[in-house]
Design a protein around this ligand. Structure first.
Ligand code: GLU
Length: 332
């Protein structure tokens, strides 16, 4: 990480600015970014954003001219995508990370049984791709979708994106939970431990690559990710704009002996139309102005490209505060 060496001049400059800053800091506005399990990638996204917000706010150049508003944020661990969208709708969170499929269903009201219709959902930017992965226990004998029949499978906690996507996958294959020998609703931070302890045979997880939680199972107890390329998966990809084929490259984890093919979504940062333009602008500016630093926060962010972040995998219209920044920077 880059270290800032404070020279005498900048220390003095900081001091000089500390007086007006302490006055405006009183009006610091606080916001929350909903993430996912603590071992997931969303937690890294949310916390990297808050770090960038703090970085920009603490440097005088970063303060927006003509305003004394400062922002601070927290990015707590949560249940995941659909939980985050619900909390944004309720006004409890101002931002959240969410899968593109659930963003789409929220804004269009197309799966009201899984995510409450929320027309005012807005996009801020898209982040990393998230393949839907079935991680199977070493010795479980699971090699494809069919062989999950009768096994102990974790389908994810309610509120998580993977829970909803797993249900869509079951529906597409014309089965329900009873297809499995047993199903559980463990959270993403519990599932790898349960797999290695042989309490479950497999779990489904929509998550960025690489991920520490998955590594706990693959590198820790020899678990592996299976291909998901059934005709039903192909149809899901063909029929829905928010799905795409995705691959987990050979070598990603200790047990990744070959590329794995599955389907996936994009993770994006979302907000509500009722969140102020200034707040959204400030978040976008903090991230885009420190993009190199942001990319270093997690390997899943390494390929972030500003042009794609404002377009790819965005299921809801962009928030006007974000559009303002993208236009100013000539990105739009
Ligand atoms: N995609 C998952 C969800 O929506 C979260 C993945 C993560 O935590 O990185 O719940």
């Amino acid at each position: 990480m880059r270290k800032l060496i404070a020279s005498l001049t900048s220390a003095l400059a900081l001091f000089a600015f500390s007086l007006p800053f302490s006055v405006s800091a009183k009006s610091a506005e606080f916001f929350t970014i909903g993430t996912g399990g603590a071992t997931g990638v969303y937690f890294q996204v949310g916390n990297a954003i808050c770090k960038m917000v703090a970085k920009l706010q603490s440097s005088e150049h970063g303060r927006k001219k003509g305003t004394d508003k400062a922002y601070r944020c927290a990015a707590p661990s949560t249940g995941g995508s659909t939980y985050n969208i619900g909390q944004i709708q309720a006004g409890e969170f101002q931002f959240g990370v969410a899968q593109s499929d659930w963003g789409y269903h929220a804004v269009n009201g197309t799966k009201p049984d899984k995510v409450k219709p929320f027309k005012e959902l807005r996009s801020v930017f898209s982040a990393h791709p998230e393949p839907f992965q079935i991680i199977a226990r070493k010795g479980s004998g699971i090699k494809d979708w069919k062989s999950l029949k009768g096994k102990k499978v974790n389908i994810g906690n309610p509120g998580s994106g993977q829970r909803g996507t797993f249900e869509v996958l079951m529906e597409a294959h014309g089965v329900n939970k009873s297809y499995f020998g047993a199903s559980s609703e463990l959270t993403s931070s519990e599932q790898s431990g349960a797999l290695c302890d042989k309490k479950i045979d497999a779990y489904g997880y929509t998550v960025g690559v690489p991920n520490a939680g998955v590594a706990q199972a693959t590198d820790g107890c020899g678990a592996y990710i299976i291909d998901l390329t059934t005709p039903q998966v192909k149809k899901l990809v063909a029929d829905n704009p928010f799905y795409a084929f995705a691959s987990i490259p050979k070598g990603t984890y200790k047990t990744s002996k070959k590329d794995v093919t599955t389907f996936g979504v994009m993770a994006s940062v979302v907000t509500s139309a009722s969140v102020s333009d200034d707040m959204v602008y400030s978040v976008v500016r903090s991230v885009f102005e420190n993009l190199d630093d942001f990319k270093k926060q997690h390997p899943a962010f390494a390929n972030l490209d500003p042009k794609k972040m404002i377009k790819d995998g965005l299921s809801a219209p962009l928030h006007p505060g974000a559009v303002k920044y993208y236009k100013e920077k000539g990105l739009m």
